[in-house]
Design a protein around this ligand. Structure first.
Ligand SMILES: Cc1ncc(C[n+]2csc(CCOP(=O)(O)OP(=O)(O)O)c2C)c(N)n1
Ligand SMILES: [Mg+2]
Length: 328
């Protein structure tokens, strides 16, 4: 996953600052969620996205209004990156009425029609056919929207993924399959569970083009995203992007982490961190000063603290709400 030296990337100062701000928001938000979980304010499952921020921020930079996205349970970063309100996400995590699902969905079950965010799915791989369904709707309606269907390396071994690949290519659906390959599925490494580890090539059998991307480099992610989006919008069918990434925290909040060494995690943090990468580009390119970046850090911290306060101040749903918003 070595990052190519790229002293003069073709990117504006404004865009680099935007990437820095968006990735930092996700990181600080997730750190705060981790703290609230430790304090007992968040119950149930909570899967943090720390380390993988460049994937979702880079791809959102290639999206336009009307495009859709959906992902697994590791979903808070995707929500923030598509513009959902940090306060509503944090309130949902803490089970409060001000949350996106009125406090009844929690970490894995949030949606936003306004931002075209279709969840949040706890069943591994279940969102993949749903993503194809969403892109089928766009094709049927005759617009040029695409659907970003995110899933993990572990999910890539699910049978339903391949049934979906077949139909998506058969019907030329505008669906971008984004495999977030963080190298681990819960407590199992790719090396232990998977014989053929080049996941982007698995579309070959179905005629779907794919490529592997340095998912720790937001600029590489955006460039690959633009290529995939152009392919889909031109009516050429689906596209697979395998994002090589890494999660710094445990699979969920309870994880004994016996499947990897501390040194492995530290090495990636030191050598590949996506936020440090953009920070270096800004500082070394003379595009921002330490002071400028500190001011952004302060703003983000204030925004995240405000979301936590909003969540704590929002009441729990009343008991009567147990009987609403349910299907039987
Ligand atoms: C169908 C199904 N099988 C098993 C599980 C338990 N489970 C939850 S997450 C997970 C690992 C998935 O790993 P990956 O797809 O790589 O995503 P990551 O957690 O790395 O983001 C498993 C086995 C589940 N939720 N659903
Ligand atoms: Mg994984």
């Amino acid at each position: 996953m070595a990052r190519k030296p790229d002293a003069r990337p073709n990117v504006s100062k404004e865009e680099l600052l935007k990437f820095y701000r968006e990735m930092l928001l996700i990181r600080r938000f997730e750190e705060k969620a981790g703290q609230l979980y430790g304090m007992g304010l968040i119950g149930g499952f909570c899967h943090l996205y720390i380390g993988q921020e460049a994937v979702v921020v880079g791809l959102e930079a290639a999206a336009k209004e009307g495009d859709k996205r959906l992902t697994s349970y590791r979903d808070h970063g995707h929500m923030l990156a598509c513009g959902m309100d940090a306060r509503g996400v944090m309130a949902e995590l803490t089970g409060r009425i001000g949350g996106y699902s009125k406090g009844k969905g929690g970490s894995m079950h949030m949606f936003s029609k306004e931002k075209h965010f279709y969840g949040g799915h706890g069943i591994v791989g279940a969102q993949v056919p749903l993503g194809a369904g969403l892109s089928f709707a766009d094709k049927y309606l005759g617009n040029d929207n695409v659907t970003f269907t995110y899933f993990g390396d572990g999910a890539a071994n699910q049978g339903q993924v391949y049934e979906t690949y077949n139909m998506a290519e058969l019907w030329s659906l505008p669906c971008i399959f984004v495999i977030e390959n963080n190298q681990y599925a819960m407590g199992t490494s790719m090396r232990r569970s998977t014989k053929s580890t080049t996941l982007f090539e698995r579309g070959v059998a179905y005629g779907i083009p794919g490529e592997q991307v340095d998912g720790m480099d937001v600029l590489a992610v955006k460039a690959a995203g633009e290529k995939a989006v152009a392919h889909c919008r031109a009516g050429k069918g689906p596209y697979i992007l395998e994002m090589m990434t890494y999660r710094y925290r445990g699979h969920s909040m309870s994880d004994p982490a016996k499947y990897r060494t501390r040194e492995e995690v530290e090495k990636i943090k030191t050598e590949k961190d996506c936020i440090e990468h953009v920070r270096d580009l800004l500082l070394q390119g003379g595009l921002a000063s330490e002071e400028d970046l500190k001011a952004i850090d302060r703003d983000i911290k204030a925004l995240v603290n405000e979301s936590a306060e909003f969540a704590k101040d929002s009441p729990e749903p009343p008991v009567e709400d147990l009987w609403t918003d349910i299907t039987v």
